[in-house]
Write a protein that binds this ligand. Sequence first.
Ligand code: RFL
Ligand code: PHB
Length: 410
Amino acid sequence: MLFRSKLIPTPNGTQAMIHKTQIGIVGAGPSGLLLSRLLALQGIDSIVVERQSRAYVEGRIRAGVLEQGTMDLLDEAQVGERMHTEGLLHVGVDLCFNGKRHAIDFVDLTGGKTVMVYGQTEVTKDLNNALDAAGAQIVYEAEAVTVDGFDSDQPFIRYRKDGEAHEIQCDYIAGCDGFHGVSRRSIPAERIQLFERVYPFAWLGILAETPPVSDELIYANSDRGFALFSMRSKTLSRLYIQCAPDEEIDEWSDERIWEELAHRLDEEGANKLTPAPLLEKSITPMRSFVAEPMRFGNMFLVGDAAHIVPPTGAKGLNLAAADVRYLSRALVDHYKKADDGRLDRYSDTCLRRIWKAQRFSWWLTTLMHRFPEASPFERRTQLAELDFVTSTETGARSLAENYVGLPFDD
Ligand code: RFL
Ligand code: PHB
């Protein structure tokens, strides 16, 4: 690298600040931050460009469940300390249907595996703090971000910040900019294949300062629709209700939300549910989405930029972390061993895991939700499948193995 940053004139008579780095990362969500951190620990330089403010990114309440593989990767990134002290280890989940709760024991069924409940907000803060301490380069509130040149050996990211033009020249671009980002949208339609399923329902999610009704997460299938009873701590509940995709949030008063949650749970749980003022309330549409391939010349798509799962299987953040795992190892091989095998396999390796997580998320979503068009026959077979999953070892083990996370391929 001959220089890190310098000001140069542009053809239209203005000036642009040019920055040089090895990896230009678009998006400071969990994917972008974790990638930057893992690369930095291996001596690989990156710059992260994010369109939102840091407070906005850190405050976005989303995922809650981390697989063992994600915990291991956060440890590898040396940001796992608070997760181990404040996170809640879970040894299973409960499925509730026909008014009764059934435990699925992950430890027994998977040979000792568990998951951790630790909010995405906290993962993001831990990563940001570690990156700060190491003097990482993260540009927040960048405007008009574009990616280009990825078919050449000089890809670049352009953006504006405080009215000034900037260009990052890099070896590779990592598109970590989520479903609505610019990276995937910059690829010509004929080079990318998109697979999508949109579900006829959404999740209304709330955060409330009330103790969880149970130590384990409860996934509830009721005649009135799905509900999920999760948590962020021993005093904070994170709860979700299936609702119509076009429903206005104002149609859901606090009172209606608490009543509906109680209706969808077994009697013992409903009696323990203690209404409290809501700290957050939002509606999330549900979709399954995959973009193939995940590499375009010298640009890689990572995390939600390439795939979305319905949140029922708690796979989104975990899949994003798996992509980061594969890409960071591939880049280390490239820079340290001049070996591009893993970079060349990146798309195929990721997609193999992604499609299995897609299948599982689609399956659990189909098993747990009320589909508006479902016939009485379909409703009966749904309940029969729930009975199979909760009363046979084969059924329960398949759910448990997928939920705790399948093994990595590479
Ligand atoms: P993110 O988190 O969307 O971050 C992308 C970042 O890119 C920025 N960006 C841009 N930056 C620059 N220029 C542009 N043009 C840009 N366009 C966008 C955005 O501002 C943002 O900061 O993607 P990433 O990093 O790949 O992370 C993915 C995860 O956030 C996501 O998969 C999970 O939150 C999904 N998810 C869950 N995953 C789990 O593993 N376990 C769960 O329990 C779980 N629960 C959930 C969830 C997602 C939910 N919602 C709201 C979608 C529950 C919910 C309700
Ligand atoms: C959450 O706690 O936010 C959560 C947990 C499990 C899911 C989805 C979301 O499947």
